[in-house]
Design a protein around this ligand. Structure first.
Ligand code: ATP
Ligand code: MG
Length: 327
């Protein structure tokens, strides 16, 4: 995978109000992935339901601003006011928008009635959304993200302690998911390079990738640490915190389920830090059949493999509740 476009088009966001802060309220889980239709909303809704089912107060937020459908996945009606209205009206608080669901411990902040382009959010609006999420008091907050690598989507992804990326076994989904992870990696790298005064070095290394033998992010960091042992190592430690987590969805065969481990190994080598594999999920027709009945698979199919696979993922996440994101 080329490193090229990842370092261009990076806007500077003022993170001073958030940097170094530990989320006081909740453990945040962001569910992203480059491609549309891979199952981000299904996975977000399922993790939210299971965490609530396990006894945790949970808030699910639909941050797919242009194509909100988390409410459909949860079998509830679209609220008249959702996250889009929150973005447009500074007098609103997140708490006012949280609506109940079928699960007593699960609340939802839906997308909204109006189609809203994520490209229209400015930095001030984005920072307000992020700081409000950080300050919201609950056990878990699950963020359902849009497809693509818009800077707002990347920042919502990076703010979570669990940065979960959904792959399906198709080559285009794998390619897009790596593109999304690479864009997140560079978004974080670019955020810290000024602070660590490494920008010039990094630009030079990326400008002469071939000469330096840099084929992937892991190579970039390795060469940087050779040149700048102290600051390079500091940056490496910051980036190691990214700790991406993979879910393989819509697997139709045993071999496809086993691809999860292979994707994890590639991810480890490509980025040079450990990525987690949260689990594989089977393709099951019951998913869309339940949705059509405005239901969720988890309400009617407790005997299915998928039920057990989702429960296992939610349990893994629940175990790490004490880990909190540091921006
Ligand atoms: N494991 C699964 N088995 C069967 N169908 C699934 C599974 N996961 C997701 N689906 C179906 O695939 C379709 C896409 O899922 P979903 O809407 O969750 O994807 P998405 O990544 O959120 O898409 P978008 O980027 O458009 O928001 C839906 O019809 C959903 O019901
Ligand atoms: Mg979706």
């Amino acid at each position: 995978m080329p490193l090229s476009s990842a370092n261009s088009n990076v806007t500077q966001v003022d993170f001073t109000s958030l940097r170094g802060r530990v989320a006081p309220g909740a453990t945040i889980i962001a569910v992203g992935g480059g491609k549309g239709g891979v199952g981000k909303s299904f996975v977000s809704s399922s993790i939210s339901i299971f965490l609530a089912h396990l006894g945790y107060e949970t808030l699910a937020i639909d941050l797919d601003l242009g194509g909100a459908n988390l409410h459909t996945n949860l079998g509830v009606s679209l609220n008249t006011r959702g996250i889009n209205e929150f973005i447009l009206d500074p007098s609103l608080s997140l708490g006012e928008l949280a609506q109940p669901t079928h699960w007593p411990k699960l609340k939802l902040i839906s997308g909204a009635s109006e189609v809203f382009d994520i490209a229209n959010i400015d930095e001030v609006q984005r920072s307000r959304v992020m700081s409000s999420i950080y300050n919201y008091k609950t056990d878990f907050i699950v963020l359902d993200l849009s497809a693509g690598t818009h800077t707002s989507t990347l920042d919502f992804f990076l703010m979570a302690s669990h940065k979960v990326v959904v792959f399906t076994p198709e080559p285009s989904s794998i390619e897009n998911a790596y593109r999304f992870l690479k864009a997140s990696f560079f978004r974080k790298l670019r955020r810290y390079e000024h602070q660590l005064q490494l920008k010039e070095q990094i630009d030079e290394l990326l400008g002469n990738r071939g000469a330096h033998g840099i084929r992937n992010p892991a190579d970039l960091i390795r060469v940087l640490v050779e040149r700048e042992p102290v600051l390079g190592l500091k940056l490496k430690n910051i980036l190691t915190d990214l700790n991406f987590e993979i879910i393989l969805n819509q697997a139709r065969t045993r071999q496809e389920i086993d691809m999860g481990g292979a994707l994890q190994s590639v991810c480890n080598k490509y980025f040079g830090f450990p990525c987690g594999f949260l689990g594989g999920l089977e393709y099951d027709n019951a998913v869309w059949q339940s949705l059509r009945q405005r239901n969720h698979l988890l309400m009617s199919n407790r005997q299915s493999h998928l039920y057990g696979q989702l429960l296992s993922i939610a349990r893994k996440i629940a175990k790490t509740q004490s880990l909190k994101a540091v921006v």
